[in-house]
Ligand binder design. Structure first.
Ligand code: PSV
Ligand code: MN
Length: 389
């Protein structure tokens, strides 16, 4: 797409979902550094997500993580959905959590004890109840299940247990609801992870049916993995459900999307666009933690990085590329891609924002707003949100 008006129009339709947990104190397995002004409740997390949307214009949804975002009291989850709506937001994916309860030391849905498996499935079904209450359409599943030692458990039987649990959850989904299965090659299990790669996730989703799709978390691959190939393959099969965007240098670092390797993000977005995945059918979500940097501006920056990668991918001259590819002109084909990647799209995005009535520099506008100081002043007392809160 090289027509600038069409590129701008496409950029205006972009939607990036932000994760509630990125607004709380979260980070590494070591010290999580508390910050002033951090939300204490899911409602305050929604406030922060609304702030990011107000400055970027492209983050209309916030993903929840259960039980970190447990809502009690009158109205329950429905009241959070209404609160979000009043702030121009909607609640996005509901993330299940079967990794922080003592019962799950040997796994959740793959655990050798049927009682533990039942507990995990009950949680997943309760998450579908939350979809019903909030109007969210996506149940996102990531399992920490796996083993640390050869022989610890039966690899094959664990797959059977997983399959049984997924089937029970799938059967409970409403017509317009989807379940998305996320893979991760290691951590916390180190010897054998039960959903380690896109092949395993894809095989389970294929068996389940059309309402089951795969989530690609960009931080969940071994170094050097060609993630855009995975994206192209999943899109080709109609099985790409969502992204969890973030950056990694070493493991599942959860750094800002586009910070470590903006070229990789561009290559991924190119395959998304090439494969017809730049639609609301694919959920573009962030899954990040901001441990040493200020959270709201870090999320705004991440969204801008995704926008820049998208703009560059939209600028690829597809016709010229196809021509060079067909004629076997290796260097010309590569040059077409690199020309798009090397374009400075910041002025274009500034124009897009101005046309949407936004400040062309969302980070500066946020800093000028005084919101950071206001939150630090007002959000005192209570318990700051974080892992497990
Ligand atoms: C696991 O590392 C993961 O990527 C999953 O998406 C979780 O839900 C999320 O991080 C938060 O722990
Ligand atoms: Mn993730």
């Amino acid at each position: 797409m090289s027509d600038l008006a069409a590129v701008k129009a496409a950029l205006k339709t972009q939607a990036v979902e932000t994760p509630s947990w990125a607004y709380g104190n979260s980070g590494t397995r070591f010290k999580v550094f508390a910050q002033a002004g951090v939300p204490r409740t899911p409602f305050e997390k929604v406030d922060d997500a609304a702030t990011v949307h107000a400055f970027t214009g492209v983050t209309p949804a916030v993903s929840l993580h259960i039980p970190w975002d447990r809502v009690e009291g009158p109205g329950g989850y429905k009241s959070l959905a209404v609160y979000a709506e009043e702030r121009g937001l909607r609640l996005g994916a509901i993330n299940s959590n079967t990794f922080q309860d003592d019962a799950y030391a040997l796994g959740s849905v793959c655990h050798p004890d049927p009682a533990v498996r039942r507990k995990a499935v009950d949680h997943l079904l309760a998450c579908v109840d939350i979809l019903d209450a909030t109007g969210s359409k996506i149940l996102k599943l990531w399992f920490a299940d796996g083993t640390n030692y050869p022989g610890q458990d039966d690899i094959r039987e664990r797959q059977d247990r997983l399959s049984e649990a997924l089937r029970a959850v799938y059967a409970r989904l409403g017509d317009d609801q989807r379940m998305l299965l996320e893979y991760k090659f290691f951590e916390p299990a180190f010897y054998a992870t039960d959903v380690p790669d896109w092949g395993t996730a894809y095989a389970h989703c294929l068996k389940l049916g059309p309402k089951a799709q795969v989530v690609v978390d960009t931080g969940h691959h071994a170094p050097g993995t060609n993630i855009e190939f995975i994206v192209a393959s999943l899109l080709r099969e109609g099985k790409l459900g969502a992204f969890d965007f973030n950056s990694r240098f070493y493991a599942d670092d959860d750094l800002m999307a586009g910070a470590a390797d903006p070229f990789q993000l561009f290559r991924i977005m190119y395959e998304v666009i090439r494969g017809g995945g730049f639609t609301p059918d694919v959920a573009f979500m962030l899954d990040q933690c901001h441990n040493i940097e200020a959270k709201i501006p870090a999320i705004i920056r991440s969204v801008m990085n995704v926008q820049e990668a998208t703009a560059k991918a939209l600028l690829v001259d597809r016709e010229a590329l196809a021509g060079a590819q067909r004629s076997g002109d290796v260097l010309a084909a590569n040059a077409v891609l690199m020309d798009a990647y090397n374009t400075d799209v910041r002025p274009l995005l500034a124009e897009v924002r101005e046309e949407l009535g936004l400040d062309p520099d969302p980070v500066a506008a946020y800093h000028r707003s005084g919101l950071a100081a206001k939150n630090a002043q007002e959000r005192v007392g209570g318990t700051q949100a974080g892992w497990g809160a």
